[in-house]
Design a protein around this ligand. Structure first.
Ligand code: GLC
Length: 534
């Protein structure tokens, strides 16, 4: 074990990271959109909950075609969210509460309204033309190659002004930057320094697999497993040349070296949902990659004990010795965990997330068991959902449910997206007072995790021969040993560990028992998971 782990490791290995989708967290200005002063007013809540850091989704000036992931100025705050001074105030108040602040950094593309793109498209001869990815049509005419946008359709859009195509991995309003141009790299590294100088604690880097593409612009090969009409049209091709290019690792080393000009900074990154385990762990990089390439497998795997255990075991084995694991149950792009697994299993998922080895990443509202909201078609906002029906992300971005009052206490006016129907029972105020609520489960788990070296620093080993539909593992640090047992089914199960005697059950998802238990015959109720100290 590394020495620094013995000392407790860097801050991001000890605390959980909480994702704030700012638009939906707390409105203070009365425009139905969350903002910095609103978030400041809820920092005490986050400190009470017990998370260690907040990651804030993009708040930079933006036409908001992709709700901030289309940045028009990397050095300021969009007025809808407040001002730079409001940001500084948030940072100061968060730090006073020992909460670290992680920003969303969107390097792969800008808004088409960014002055760089305007200049780039003004003429072939412009000094910034090569800052974006421009190509002429194929000799036979048409798109330069067959690359597809993640949001549907071709990745190329024709621009009349310069009579060329430009590339966009996402919307046409999000042209991709040309990371092979050293001036682009230089300019973007300055963005990191600007925010690091203000005191931020690190970055979540957006859409990393889209950063670098094949320098020869070769066609992507067809995906032999694609069934037309089923799944996402983008999956008709294997993105061998347009995504996850090996040259991306050199860019990540550039990011790392800037972070290393400062102290104790983190970079976590959004890599693809479809990466192989080898490609995922390669993002840790031997000489300066990501601290945490986000692991989305708990989102994409079937919610079954065997599948989850099998994955965790393989992940643990695949991680290089210097690499620190992480787990994500949900985010602003994916259906919420309670909607995917059901509300009872969402509690099991919470216990899993907070007892695994590695950094847990929590999406706002997960601590309440918030569900995907029903959004009527005429209220859809997400351009992705409008372009590719069924793929919309609005349901997972509904306003945070603070209380049972109008608009769930999120805003005094109609919010930008409707509040989920269950807000009168599923909200912070109600759950705060309910001893066995999801909120109190999260809080207790976070507290226990913080105090338990076995959880924050201990080793992981899964148990062979667990009952069907159960996943059981040990976490161990020096002489402190825990058994964690999760029942993924609605039926009661009996765990028989013949070589163990009694232990102390300290936490159950049901929050209704703390007792000595006999591990030769430990009864788990349906949908129950628990932590037992040996
Ligand atoms: C990432 C973000 C997503 C956004 C996309 C384009 O995948 O998580 O919300 O739409 O990048 O920036």
């Amino acid at each position: 074990m590394n020495d620094y782990l013995k000392e407790g490791g860097p801050w991001w290995q000890r605390g959980a990271i909480y994702q704030v989708y700012l638009r939906s967290f707390k409105d203070s200005q009365g425009n139905g959109i969350g903002d910095f002063p609103g978030m400041v007013s809820k920092l005490d809540y986050l400190a009470w909950l017990g998370v260690g850091a907040v990651w804030i989704s993009p708040f930079y000036p933006s036409p908001m075609v992709d709700f901030g992931y289309d940045v028009a100025d990397y050095f300021d705050v969009d007025p809808v969210f407040g001002t730079l001074e409001d940001f500084d105030e948030l940072l100061r108040r968060a730090h006073d509460l020992s909460l670290r602040v992680i920003l969303d950094f969107v390097p792969s593309h800008t808004s088409n309204q960014h002055p760089w793109f305007m200049e780039s498209r003004s003429s072939h001869a412009s000094a910034k033309h090569d800052w974006y990815i421009w190509r002429d049509p194929r000799r036979s005419g048409g798109h330069p190659n067959n690359w597809l946008s993640n949001f549907g359709g071709s990745a190329w859009t024709w621009d009349d002004q310069v009579s060329r195509y430009y590339m966009h991995s996402f919307l046409p309003e999000q042209p991709d930057l040309n990371w092979r141009n050293p001036e682009v790299r230089g300019a973007m590294l300055e963005v990191l320094r600007f925010w690091l100088d203000r005191g931020v604690d690190g970055f979540r880097i957006d859409a990393i697999v889209a950063l670098m593409k094949d320098a020869q612009f070769r066609d992507d090969p067809p995906n032999p497993n694609y069934v037309p009409g089923k799944g996402h049209p983008r999956d008709s091709l294997l993105h061998h040349h347009s995504q996850n290019h090996p040259d991306v690792h050199a860019v990540l080393r550039n990011f790392r070296s800037v972070l290393d000009e400062y102290q104790d900074k983190i970079n976590l990154g959004e890599v693809s949902y479809r990466l192989s385990l080898d490609d995922l762990v390669a993002y840790y990089g031997k000489d300066g990659g990501l601290d945490l390439p986000m692991n989305f497998k708990l989102i994409t795997l079937p919610w079954e004990a065997v599948a989850v255990r099998e994955f965790v075991d393989r992940y643990e084995q695949a991680l290089p010795s210097f690499a620190w694991p992480n787990y994500v149950l949900g985010n602003h792009d994916q259906s919420r965990v309670a909607s995917r697994t059901g509300s009872a299993q969402a509690r099991v998922a919470a216990l899993l997330l907070l007892t695994m080895r590695g950094t847990p990443i929590i999406y706002y509202g997960e601590e309440l068991g918030m569900l995907d909201a029903d959004i009527p078609t005429h209220m859809l906002q997400d351009p992705y959902g409008i372009r590719v029906p069924g793929q919309g992300r609005d349901p997972v971005r509904s306003p945070m449910q603070w209380n049972a009052e109008a608009h769930a206490g999120f805003s005094e006016v109609e919010p930008w997206l409707p509040v989920a129907a269950n807000y009168q029972t599923v909200n912070v105020v109600t759950q705060h007072d309910e001893a066995t609520s999801m909120l109190n489960l999260y809080r207790q788990l976070l507290k226990y995790r913080k105090e338990s070296q076995a959880l924050t620093m201990g080793s992981y080993r899964s148990l062979e021969g667990a009952p069907e539909d159960c996943f059981v593992y040990f976490r161990e640090f020096e002489n402190r040993r825990l058994v964690i047992a999760l029942n993924f089914s609605a039926k009661g199960k009996v765990l028989r560990m013949e070589d163990q005697a009694s232990g102390r059950l300290v936490l159950s998802t049901h929050l209704d028992r703390e007792e000595l238990v006999d591990l030769r015959s430990l009864h788990l109720r349906g949908h129950e998971a628990c932590v037992v100290e040996l």
